[in-house]
Design a protein. Structure first.
Lengths: 304, 304
DNA sequence: TTGTAAGCGTTATCAA
DNA sequence: TTGATAACGCTTACAA
């Protein structure tokens, strides 16, 4: 012992891993790391993982189903102790995740989840956030509220659409499908779509679901010379600071990215550490969103 | 072989690591992951690392020297094959990095480097970027150009200040120390500092060096009712898209975050893979910045 | 060609 | 209490 102290001994974690058949590392797959929502979430994951003595190995799917599958194969080969994943915009089939479960690797989905798999899930309360955002616009007198959102496959898309629809219903505004636009991740796609939407549908409000889409809306509106907020009422966003500058009275639905990351990591590590003891029940945890109102009819919904 | 194929065999990377005494993982320490510059850089690192069969383990110093030292200890214990690091805003002493080198662990510093250590370094051409930004403001008729920048310890701060000074010198504008403000990472600090700067020094242009500082400048200027760009000429930034919305004619010095990440990773992996062969010479690679001019005197310098 | 054994650094187990 | 040994999964080297 004193000799160990003397030579500054620390056990070789690789040998330990081999012996104990665990790596004290968790894998994280996100669509894109250079995205405020996901980098915040990773922040939360790292926070918990470090506190509990785990390391975080990060993979990006770049919104591609193919890359997600490849990542999963790497994860399996790498022998991480567990996996946190937020699905790519293309992911429909989840057999790669089922493979993870067959290998008895603890798995937690966060933010972008899937109904097709039974596992722990941690999400924002997207329904509630979208409901509140839409109702806020309605209560400020808007009737033709457009909704520009993420690809239709994603769970977040469906949940938010539901919140939007239920809010309209509650206030007896008929649901108009032509006011809802799904938008992928190609830079040019959003711009075109938004231009057409504004010109053809003449909405009096837009409720978007990400940083990028909100910015594109602002661009389109500015370039078309439509005033904010007099003629159009807004919108969806991530960065409160930037939002505030763009339109000082803009309101926001804040997505709890950091908390989602923390909660997902807690769940995963708990699952890892009592893996052998008993079969556990799968839990879905909803983290509430918060509406920051800035005395106007403008609405932001945070990414992703 | 065919049996291996049949049972879908893949070698256990941990056993392999133990045997070959390498982990095929590289460590990355950044001040903050939820920062556009660093998440882009990590993107570049991941791009190269994955292509060459390595995994990326990420650590955050949260701008704290103490946490950076702790991270280094984890890195050493974790037996990664090499380390990429961008220094925290508090880091002055680099003995923790020297320890890494004594352990013969390949090391590459990127973006925020230090003169006190001999190692591979990959940086943006901050001098040139700052020179061009400042000169651009001067050529558009500005004389009292303020410079709001990062903590004075950082290499990026020094390099950019130098570019700013040399540009002033070239155009026979005396250097006025009271126009230069160093700003830390506390949210409230920037606001106060900028308010005082604008009120007391009455600059006719501000050249800042990060997203955050640029946003805070915009806030301050808006709240004080000073017009953009008539009375004040701008500024430093990261996100071109947002910048464009805030002030459509704003120009930008684009920081090559992705390329810095890629180059640093290439250098590190090369270093790892021919480690035993011969002692190598340390290289410092400067990646050029690009100025995006938008027909105005306004300047952006990208993060970080 | 095929097979066997040693060693990478641990820890747990069992024997002395 | 102390000490030797096996096993984790792999590769390399050498023997059959």
């Amino acid at each position: 012992m004193e000799y160990a102290e003397k030579v500054n001994y620390s056990p070789n974690p690789i040998a330990l891993s081999l012996k104990e058949n665990k790596s004290r590392a968790i894998g994280v797959i996100v669509p894109e790391i250079a995205n405020h929502f996901f980098s915040q979430a990773i922040n939360g994951i790292e926070d918990i993982a470090n506190k509990r003595g785990y390391h975080v190995v990060i993979f990006q799917s770049h919104e591609s189903y193919q890359r997600e599958v490849t990542n999963i194969q790497h994860i399996i080969a790498r022998k991480v102790d567990g996996l946190l994943i937020s699905l790519s915009g293309q992911t429909n089939d989840v057999s790669h995740l089922q493979e993870i479960q067959q290998k008895k690797l603890p798995l937690v989905l966060f933010d972008r989840v899937s109904d097709k798999i039974e596992a722990h899930k941690v999400v924002a309360d997207n329904f509630d956030g979208a409901f509140k955002a839409t109702e806020h616009l309605i209560l400020s007198g808007r009737r033709r509220i457009a909704h520009i959102t993420s690809p239709s496959l994603l769970s977040i898309t469906k949940e938010r659409l539901m919140g939007y629809q239920v809010a309209l219903e509650k206030h007896q505004i008929p649901y108009d499908e032509s006011l809802v636009k799904y938008c992928g991740f190609e830079p040019e796609e959003a711009k075109k779509l938004i231009f057409n939407l504004i010109n053809e549908q003449k909405p009096d409000a837009i409720f978007t679901t990400s940083d990028r889409l909100a910015l594109d809306c602002f661009s389109a509106v500015k370039e078309q010379g439509i005033l904010i907020p007099e003629e159009l009422s807004f919108i969806g966003f991530t960065n409160l600071k930037v939002a505030h500058l763009l339109a000082p009275s803009l309101s926001t639905i804040v997505q709890p990215a950091f908390e989602i990351g923390q909660t997902a990591a807690e769940l995963l590590l708990d699952s890892i550490e009592r893996k052998q003891h008993h079969v556990e029940e799968f839990r879905t945890i909803k983290i509430p969103t918060e509406m920051v109102v800035r005395n106007s009819s403008q609405i932001l919904l945070q990414n992703s």
